[in-house]
Design a binder for this molecule. Structure first.
Ligand code: ADP
Length: 348
């Protein structure tokens, strides 16, 4: 009987020790009876040294201490959300329950569940909804303003009337672009749209993209210098995705460029990947903005981007698509000196 108890105890200790969640049990005085490795790792102490000490001596987080003290006092289950820095911020959901053995109070048990990732995702989602609402409100307010002006009399003035109608059209185009980009992003992120990979001749795909961009380039008097070496290996990627990646990059290279500027498209082999660079002689990107430009809705100059029909989603779509096809995208740029975006895509 005794040895069966020992086996049970040792099995229980093994289970608790191997749990991903942090676990601590304290006696009625709040002294540690048991603490598992996960909790010790989180708060960086040696579990062997913790036994018999007050919780606060080993885990310097008063909220957790208070939670346990309250449970010890009134024997009610309690939960709390706790933030700890070690050194990065971690968010835990803590659940504490009274420990009762044969009808006697013997202490309390607390389990810490790391919800950092979950909370971050929730925050990203909240920010996203806020951003989308904000992005839609701006063109909507503009359209309402133009319509009111037309209503107030501009409709009768042929010149102004047409200007306002054209402005409404432009704002509607901006909103349509935003909704289309959002739908693209949602489709990519939901993972339902797996890449339809095939062996692609990049030169011909890029040629098509450049041709599609020709009218925009012509309007800005920019020559797209397109040189792709012959015999480039076929990349294994989704054609639609590849087109959209370079469409967005070229669009930016033209959009954030000066009239008469330059755009260069080059490709070559780098290890097991094909490397394509899109270089422009445009505005460039200030160093402090570079780490953020692939984020959704991040723009160096919001007003400028909007005025040019930008949605702030182009580069995050590029990043998602490149990664979905097993590649990487990087940028090097300095303000006033132009930018260079490099895409690496694997070949077989
Ligand atoms: P947008 O719709 O504004 O083009 P993107 O996600 O494509 O959104 O780009 C985000 C921001 O990164 C842009 O608003 C711009 O500030 C900056 N950016 C992107 N490409 C370039 C470039 N080639 N030259 C200068 N700035 C760029």
């Amino acid at each position: 009987m005794e040895s069966e108890n020992n086996i049970d105890r040792s099995l229980m200790t093994t289970i608790l020790s191997n749990m991903m969640e942090g676990v601590v049990a304290v006696d009625t005085d709040g002294r540690v009876l048991f603490i598992n490795q996960a909790l010790a790792d989180l708060f960086e102490f040696d579990p062997a040294q913790a036994k018999g000490k007050h919780l606060l001596e080993v885990v310097r987080q008063n909220q957790l201490n208070v939670l346990l003290q309250n449970v010890l006092q009134d024997q009610k289950i309690r939960t709390d959300e706790v933030r700890a820095f070690n050194p990065d911020e971690h968010i835990f959901e803590a659940i504490a329950v009274p420990l009762i053995e044969k009808g006697e109070k013997v202490g309390a048990l607390m389990v810490l569940h790391d919800v950092t990732r979950l909370r971050r995702l929730e925050q990203v989602r909240r920010d996203f909804v806020a951003n989308v609402s904000h992005e839609l409100r701006t063109p909507l307010a503009a359209i309402k303003g133009f319509a009111e002006t037309l209503h107030a009399g501009a409709l009768k003035d042929p010149k102004f009337g047409m200007d306002f109608v054209a402005a409404i059209e432009k704002q509607t185009d901006n909103m349509t672009a935003l909704v289309e980009d959002l739908l693209d992003l949602t489709a990519i992120e939901s993972g339902h749209q797996n890449p339809l990979k095939e062996n692609l001749d990049l030169a011909s795909v890029l040629q098509e993209v450049v041709e599609g961009m020709a009218p925009v380039a012509k309007r800005k008097k920019i020559n797209i210098d397109f040189k792709i070496p012959e015999g480039l290996p076929l990349v294994f990627a989704d054609k639609k995705h590849v087109k959209q990646i370079f469409n967005n990059l070229l669009d930016n290279a033209l959009k954030f460029n000066f009239e008469g500027g330059r755009v260069e498209l080059r490709a070559g082999v780098e290890g097991p990947q094909v490397k394509v660079t899109v270089t422009d002689s445009g505005l460039g990107i200030p160093a402090q903005d570079i780490p953020r430009i692939f984020e959704r809705f991040y723009r160096v100059d919001k007003a400028r981007s909007r005025a040019m029909g930008g949605t702030g989603l182009g580069l995050s779509i590029v990043k998602h698509l490149v990664e979905a096809n097993g590649g990487t995208v990087t940028v090097s740029s300095s303000a006033g000196q132009g930018s260079s975006f490099t895409v690496l895509l694997p070949y077989i």
